[in-house]
Ligand binder design. Structure first.
Ligand code: AMP
Ligand code: GLY
Length: 431
């Protein structure tokens, strides 16, 4: 048997899901580079390197030492640092874009300018400013409210919505104190959904639609987080996204890929499109150059096709020859987060999983210490329930999540009929 040595870069729940899907293949020999030792990934990997994921030269050295020929990059930070450029130079084929192509996520002003240059639909009205002073002058001259976004990476915590997070005066102060470029754009009103796709530079294969829950508390209140949980439906669509909306979103993603190819920076890897479905149809909130976390856990848990085969196809521009399939099941993912997360998380506390659940478990920011886990300051572990209906998937995930003991909490409302109904009614009111 010819083994394929594949490296997974990253230490969260998303990377545990990627590692698990890759390890499923009997021909995969898995390696991992992680900032901290994720117990789930460590269990699956033949060899691991603990180092910052942005230390791209150390990662390249590890690949040479272990003779690794493929790499799957989980988070955005190493992409921004140029991990794919460095690994490609030493012959490692990567699922993940080059530093230049990753700017579609890492530089929001690049993303908006690209959409504008190539006339890609779904572009909100936007303005790019190089100084806080110019931005403040603009805001003071307008009566409207805007979304304010630092152009660079902020770990999902830099965007501020006027009228929601900030008063006008606070908005002036916020932009005045921002350094670097910023994008100020029209406020979009609607329902958000995520479309992720495998991309090989030319071809794009979409995955089931997912909806994440950014807010820390039930009923979508509280501060923004990395994502508290997400769900998918058996038909891989949402009732608040029409067939026409879906086709428009998919076309936008394809146009973004061909725009990057025309720029001489072809895109390989996972493209994540965050859309706001509005009265005008889907508008682009942002693109990410990687899987979402938790969204990866939803879709990879029902991926029927061998992920290792997909890695081969992505890195050899042959996605068009593959038939990639997902089970027609609902999934509900719920993250357990430390009490006080995200503002004042308690960490270093023992947590114990319940027993007897059929939910899939993915580890994130936890250590294993003997028979229990020890929390850190970020999202700790996630459960994914799978079912023929949203209701049964939710029940499975909820039972597992509520069986965990220790100072952690989760959102009980994710994947419930009540929340889905609210989204549908909201969209009806907007249309
Ligand atoms: P981002 O970090 O770009 O994903 O933005 C974080 C969140 O801010 C998104 O998930 C949206 O809920 C919200 N957001 C971003 N841009 C806009 C916009 N133009 N209008 C309304 N909400 C937005
Ligand atoms: N869950 C949102 C993200 O990964 O960006």
């Amino acid at each position: 048997m010819i083994y394929m040595k594949i490296l997974v870069v990253g230490s969260g729940g998303r990377e545990h899901a990627i590692a698990k899907a890759l390890a499923h293949s009997p021909t995969t020999e898995l390696y991992a580079v992680m900032t901290r030792k994720n117990p789930g990934i460590a269990e699956l990997a033949k060899g691991i390197l603990i180092c910052p994921e942005t230390d791209i030269h150390a990662v390249a050295g590890f690949c040479r030492e272990k003779n690794i020929s493929y790499a799957f990059i989980g988070p955005e930070a190493p992409l921004e640092a140029g991990i794919v450029d460095i690994l490609s130079e030493s012959g490692v084929r990567c699922v993940g874009p080059s530093m230049m192509a990753a700017r579609i996520e890492t530089d929001k002003s690049f993303c908006r300018s690209l959409m504008c240059k190539y006339n890609i639909p779904g572009l909100p009205q936007y303005h790019i400013f190089h100084t806080g002073h110019e931005a403040e002058k603009f805001l003071r001259s307008s009566e409207d409210e805007y979304a304010i976004k630092p152009a660079g990476l902020t770990g999902g915590k830099g965007v501020r919505i006027m009228g929601e997070h900030l008063t006008r005066e606070e908005a002036y102060t916020y932009v005045r104190n921002l350094s670097g470029d910023m994008v100020i754009e029209e406020l979009l009103v609607g329902e958000e959904f995520t479309l992720q796709a495998f991309v090989d530079g030319i071809h794009l294969v979409p995955m089931p639609l997912v909806q994440d829950h950014k807010r820390a508390y039930e009923g979508d209140i509280g501060p923004n987080t990395g994502g508290m949980g997400a769900y998918t439906l058996p038909d891989h669509r949402f009732p608040f996204v029409t067939g026409e909306d879906y086709e428009k979103a998919l076309t936008i993603m394809k146009q973004a890929i061909s725009a990057l190819a025309s720029e001489g920076t072809p895109y390989l890897g996972i493209l994540y499109g965050q859309f706001m479905n509005t009265a005008r149809g889907p508008m682009v909130i942002e693109f990410n150059a990687r899987f979402g976390d938790p969204e990866a856990m939803n879709v990879l848990s029902i991926l029927k096709t061998d992920l290792t085969e997909i890695v081969r196809a992505v890195t050899s521009q042959s996605l068009d020859t593959m038939n990639i399939e997902f089970e027609h099941k609902a999934t509900v993912c719920k993250y357990l987060v430390p009490e006080g997360y995200p503002d004042n998380p308690v960490s270093g506390q023992p947590i114990r999983e319940g027993t007897g659940s059929s939910a899939l478990c993915y580890y994130a920011s936890v250590f294993r210490d003997g028979d229990h886990l020890v929390s850190q300051s970020s999202r700790t572990l996630a459960y994914v329930g799978i079912g023929d209906t949203l209701e049964s998937a939710e029940k499975t995930a909820e039972e597992a999540a509520s069986s965990v003991t220790g100072p952690v909490r989760h959102r009980r409302d994710i994947g419930t009929a009540g929340l889905l109904e609210k989204r549908i009614r909201h969209m009806q009111a907007i249309r």
